[in-house]
Structures are given as structure tokens and as C-alpha cells.
Design a protein around this ligand. Sequence first.
Ligand code: RIB
Ligand code: CA
Length: 319
Amino acid sequence: MKSVIFDTDIGIDDAMALLFLHRAEGVRIAAITTRFGNASVEDTTRNALAVAEQFGIDAPVYRGAAGPLAQRLGEGFPEHVHGKNGLGNIRLNAPSSRPRPLSAHEAIVDLADMLDEKLSIIAVGGLTNVALALELEPALCERIADLIVMGGAFGYNGHRGNVSPVAEANIASDPLAADIVFRSGIPTTVVGLDVTHEVELGEKAVDRLAEDAGSVGRFIKESSKHYFEFHRSITGNYACPLHDACAVAYCLRPDLFQTIAQSVRVVTDGIAIGQTIHGDNLREYVSDAWDELPENTICTAVDSQAVLDLFLSTLASRR
Ligand code: RIB
Ligand code: CA
């Protein structure tokens, strides 16, 4: 049984991913840690508590970072994408539970210390909490089995940035944190837009989910309407990419992805702020910025249909 911390800026696709993880076999959600991103950390923490309560996810919630370590691209929150409340403006019962007293990064260190088996972290909203946890406990690298990051874009399959021509939203929300984490030595897999934009939830599939997955399916259909409309405004297609669910799919079935192993650096200022750039360990460059760094696993291709089928069948399964 794999113990997983779900680190999130719970927004619409985060909630889909959390419910996907909750219904999956062979994994236990040890904690939900929140941060700013799709909404304020107040709203993402409320959303995490409300979704966990409404759907019986027995995991403590820890409130995390309200802002980046240093600078980020842009300011405020993407209401046009995730709605004012971060969940497509749907009405959710106010949670009766509260976040635990520890902050998110303290909880990550505590849980990694307490649990006898190694922890996995699925980070789908930027890496501030993980960077703060590393600062608090540098030995964290030895206690984390793997870190799976939804974030970044390297240009594979023609996919570049979504908040600039070269930057992806999660990484651009705290570029310094991401650069620290990618260089830390934690075994890290980067699930970027290169593959997440290859996995789309369409209208027929979300209607089927509403039929087959009970209250979870109906919630996903209702909360994702705002997200579908946003993506239609860009692509003309009434569908949405399963960004965060792809990180969960990698945790469950890494064999559905093709990967390379290269060191990753992040641009932390200037017009390319938030860009993820991987090195090439077969080349000698003038720049030494990628030298002597641990390699990260980077997803370059995906069996899109298999990931979509896994997402739909897992959510429709009763647990
Ligand atoms: O760029 C996509 C990512 O940004 C997803 O995690 C989405 O939830 C937003 O956080
Ligand atoms: Ca997210």
C-alpha cells in the first residue's frame, strides 16, 4: 500500500485528481496539503476540507503557502479558469472540520519522519510547500520515495507554456521553489503539459462519469462546466485537459508514459520566468548550469486513451 501526500492548489482538475486517487486501489492518502495557486490558500484549504468531507476521504488537511518563496509570474488568482471559489463557483457545503495545526511543510517533514515506509508526494499546484519542507529538513531527500509533479513544459508533442509562451502555471507560480526541488535529489518525475495536454476529458465522457460514478461523477460534471467553457474559449473544443489526474495516473501506472532522464532547471526571472529547461547529458555546453545535478524523470509521451480509461473506470469503481 503506497502512502501519498496530495499537495494541491485545489481547483477543478485538482479535485478530479484527488477523487481519482481516493478511489484508486493500492494507495492511501496520508494527507492533503494545500497552497495558493488556482485560488487563495484560504479557499484551497476550504475546498480540500469540503471535498474530503463530502466524499469520505479520511485524510488530514494541512494549510500551506499563501505565496511564493520569491517572485512569481502574474498576481492574483485565475478566476476565469477555476471560478471565484476555485471549484467552478459550485455551491459546496461549508466544511465542519478544520485544517490541522501544523503547516503543510511541517506536516510533510513530520509524516516522512513518522511513517516507517517511504512516502510519495503528488504535487499538482506548484512546489512551495516541498521547497519549504526541504529547507526545514534537508534529509527529506532520503525519506521521500518519489515526488510526482504536475508542472512544466518542454515542448514535446508541440506543447509549450500556458501562462506564457514557455511557462506552465504551477512552476511559474513559484519558479525558485521548483528550481530548488528539481535540484534537491528527491526522486522526481515531471508530468508536464507535454503529456497532460494529450489527455482530454470530453463532454460525452463527463456525461458518462455523471451516470457511472454517482455523487463523485455528478460533482465532477458540475464543477468542471466552468473549466470546459474556459478551454472552449481557447481551443473551440468543449473539453478539458486532465492535467492533475495525469500525475495520479503516473503514480498508478507509470508504464503508460514514455520518459527521459535529464536534469531540469527553472528560469526564475525575466521574460521567460517559470520556464522549465532540461539539460542533455550527452552534450558539453559552455553553460555549466545543468552540470553535476541529479537527473529528473521527464514525461515525453503518454498512452492518452489508456490514461483516460483508467481515470473513468477508477472513478466509476465503488470503494
Ligand atoms: O497548468 C496546469 C496546472 O495549473 C494544473 O495543476 C491546474 O490545476 C493549475 O494548478
Ligand atoms: Ca492544480
